[in-house]
Write a protein that binds this ligand. Sequence first.
Ligand code: CA
Length: 256
Amino acid sequence: MIDTERLPFITFAHNILPTDETICIKENEFEQLMRILIVEDEKGISGFLKDGLEEEGFAVDFTADGRKGLELALSNDYDLLIFDWMLPGLSGIEICREFRKLNKTAPVIFLTARDTVQDVVFGLEAGANDYIKKPFEFDELLARIRVQLKTRTGEQSILTLCDIEMNLDTHRVFRGSKELELTPKEFSLLEFLIRNKGKVCTRTNIIEHVWDIHFGSDTSVIDVYINFLRKKLNPTGKQKELIHTIRGVGYITRDE
Ligand code: CA
């Protein structure tokens, strides 16, 4: 049976970032959606990278040829691209230049045995975001890939909604100049609503992302927590209401 209420997850997946153990489980799902292209002519390296990255949950394409690499890079929507520098057909630098000329913004990491300052500058000027020197440890490359993907998905440490400011690093929340005391669950719920502001968050989305319980569970706990949150955001009832109910569907927050 197709459960259409689960479909909005696709929309939200890129907006979810881990704040606690519950959401870390979602981070893995988010990474599974990431596609990486490897253009590398040393079979040992490309095989080792493909296997390692697939084990980490990425979808990986690879080719050993520069021209084929450019063709793949332009005809698919990769989240990140890894180019060796010296390649048959086109060099990694040439692929990167052509790719950027067409206003493609996905991050590019170079693999290179060249590491003089001039080489690095040359690579970065061609549009690379980072480079890693051969020989390298897989874990280091993986860490650099994660940094690039997080930057691209726009990880922010401050989220705002009207006069609310949430700091995800310090877990402090202010409404105007007043600090609010939220429980971890209230914090996660508010974070989810603000990350998705302007969009209706269905009860199914909320229960799956904030509570990590699957569809079919009793969602009345959400209404209880929304009430807790509303009271904390607006204890006197005199301030603007920030969480709006969409009857029979869920909740929405808006900046205006
Ligand atoms: Ca090479």
